[in-house]
Design a protein around this ligand. Structure first.
Ligand SMILES: NC(=O)c1ccc[n+]([C@@H]2O[C@H](COP(=O)([O-])OP(=O)(O)OC[C@H]3O[C@@H](n4cnc5c(N)ncnc54)[C@H](O)[C@@H]3O)[C@@H](O)[C@H]2O)c1
Length: 336
């Protein structure tokens, strides 16, 4: 397939581009590098021996996107591009609504104009808010609790309506907590500033960039009192997109599918696993709970297995080993 990957220079996008190229697909990336480093492109080439086409365009720029579709006639789109920091979305809601919604609307309009109607969208477990029951199935009530989550819900709502019209094939993948890095150590998560996610923070403590970790709450109703999440290896997550693409033509109604491991890991378990992988001690302080955090969140993954024939292969220990390889080989991320 000829696959256009929006946000393909980002964390999950770059790992998916590698898997696509390794499987013989051709790839066109559109990414304005608002949250990515251009060196990722050379790394992708080093891993795969192939270079994807790359356009440094903002997806909100309809004319430029139209030109990309005219030149490349993609068969399908994987739509990763978007801003993703929950805290930032609370501080800058307009920027988040504008970027995430306008870019998606522009993409969908251009797709329609060029009769390209196959799309896999990056949704998130954040659309379940604070879940009533665990594991979370796709039938759970949807209730976003911040502007970032609202953009995911709004986009899913648009996609649901569009999927009812002629010839569209649409799959939203609701990711749980992506972690890890490519086994080569050449690509990985490279947050700018203070990491928003736990594992990049832990690995920056391990490499000595940060003094210690803050664990927010050890009085949750969980076995060790710390929060539980479903950590999914980014290479498994990338493979879920390839599985979705290979089933996209069978998808005649809108599908939203959880992508996780189905297993929960606590903050303290994750720290233990990272200490074992890195042979470094991770000092941490226990602080009060953070507003808005939930105790436990993990996926029911039966639908992904039934409909896509996909399931996670990698463990949390392997994710920590791969994260540590990436961090220790690239202490400054993609910056040289
Ligand atoms: N990482 C997570 O924890 C997580 C969890 C659930 C869902 N998601 C979703 O998955 C997708 C990818 O996440 P990621 O972790 O790889 O994030 P990322 O920030 O690394 O990648 C997103 C990419 O989109 C690009 N981008 C943003 N706005 C753009 C625009 N208007 N035009 C062109 N490019 C633009 C950025 O430069 C970046 O390279 C996002 O939609 C995110 O919301 C991520």
């Amino acid at each position: 397939m000829n696959v256009l990957v929006t946000g393909g220079a980002g964390y999950i996008g770059s790992h998916t581009v590698v898997q696509l190229l390794n499987q013989g697909h051709s790839v066109i990336i559109v990414d304005n590098l608002v949250n990515a480093h251009p060196n990722v492109l050379e790394r992708i080439e080093r891993i795969t021996g192939k270079s994807p086409m790359f356009y440094d365009y903002d997806l909100c720029d309809e004319r430029s996107l139209d030109e990309v579709f005219s030149v490349h006639s993609p068969d399908a789109i994987i739509h990763f591009a978007g801003l993703k920091a929950v805290g930032e979305s609370v501080e800058q809601p307009l920027r988040y609504y504008h970027n995430n919604l306008t870019s998606t609307l522009t993409l969908l309009r251009v797709m329609q104009r060029h009769s390209v109607k196959n799309i896999v969208f990056s949704s998130s477990a954040t659309v379940y808010g604070d879940p009533d029951t665990l594991p979370i199935t796709e039938a759970a009530p949807l209730k976003a609790t911040n502007p970032y989550g609202q953009t995911k819900l709004m986009i899913e709502t648009m996609l649901m309506d569009i999927a009812k019209t002629a010839d569209w094939h649409i799959i939203s993948l609701r990711y749980f907590n992506p972690v890890g890095a490519h086994q080569s150590g050449l690509i990985g998560e490279d947050p700018s500033g203070t990491p928003n996610n736990l594992l990049p923070y832990v690995s920056q403590v391990a490499i000595g960039k940060r003094e210690k970790l803050s664990v927010f709450g050890n009085d949750y109703n969980t076995p060790d009192g710390t929060g539980i999440r479903d950590y999914i290896h980014v290479v498994d997550l990338a493979d879920a997109h390839l599985a979705a693409l290979s089933h996209i033509k069978d998808t005649t109604t809108y599908r939203a599918i959880n992508i996780g491991t189905g297993k929960g890991t606590s903050v303290l378990e994750l720290i233990d696993s990272f200490q074992a992988a890195s042979s470094k001690e991770i000092p941490y302080d226990i602080l009060p709970r953070r507003a808005g955090d939930i105790a436990s969140c993990y996926a029911d993954v039966a639908l992904a297995k039934d409909e896509l024939g996909w399931e996670a292969k990698y463990s949390i220990d392997e994710a920590c080993e791969d994260s540590w390889r990436w961090q220790s080989q690239n202490p400054n991320g993609y910056s040289e």
